[in-house]
Design a protein around this ligand. Structure first.
Ligand code: ZN
Length: 188
């Protein structure tokens, strides 16, 4: 098991569509183990393979809801159905999300309240999860990563401008930058 460097926005791996997984072998299992360890070290509630520089359609998640139910798993070659996104402006308090590839920053973004995730697990077995609220948000965020989209790409105009400024101010937005959870300490 190893903690992997997480790519920062600007790295081409984060802005390209990832490929379908075809090999269910020890290499895949090792990658998923490392992704879980990296997500825990960050810490984060979700991590997609492109964030660690691997252009494959895989994400892991680990989130505990208000009823103390832990949602933890891996989605390989996922499909996602979402309810129509709500209209109006996103709320700063309750709808701000962040991303380990834009570390330490958060911006409000509207997301669909309901999502149905279908995917394949490490043993090649299909599964389906009906998610709502924050879990639905996590699935939408991670699924976007597999299509080369960051949440910053979806922000409303004003927030998008602020995000662009912060990315520039941090010296990000160019290829080859990463940070290592547990070693590099970032201000939150
Ligand atoms: Zn992210």
């Amino acid at each position: 098991m190893a903690v992997l460097p997480i790519r920062i926005t600007g790295d081409p791996a984060l802005h390209s569509r990832a490929d379908i997984v075809t090999q269910f072998d020890g290499t895949l299992r090792q990658l998923v183990d490392d992704m879980f360890e990296t997500m825990a070290a960050a810490p984060g509630v979700g991590l997609a393979a492109p964030q660690v520089g691997v252009p494959l359609r895989i994400f892991v998640y680990d989130w505990t809801d208000d009823n103390d139910r832990q949602w933890r798993g891996v989605a390989i070659n996922p499909e996602l159905w979402i309810s129509p996104p709500p209209v109006g402006e996103a709320d700063e308090e309750t709808e701000s999300e962040g991303c380990l590839s834009i570390p330490g920053e958060r911006f409000p973004l509207r997301r669909s309240e309901l999502a149905i995730l279908r995917g394949i697990d490490l043993d090649g077995n299909p599964f389906e999860i009906k998610a709502e609220g924050w879990l639905a948000r996590i699935f939408q965020h991670e699924f976007d990563h597999l299509d080369g989209l960051l949440y910053a790409d979806r922000l409303e105009h004003g927030h998008a401008r602020a995000a662009t400024k912060i990315i520039r101010k941090n010296g990000w937005g160019s290829p080859g930058q990463s940070w290592l959870p547990g070693t590099d300490h970032l201000e939150d």
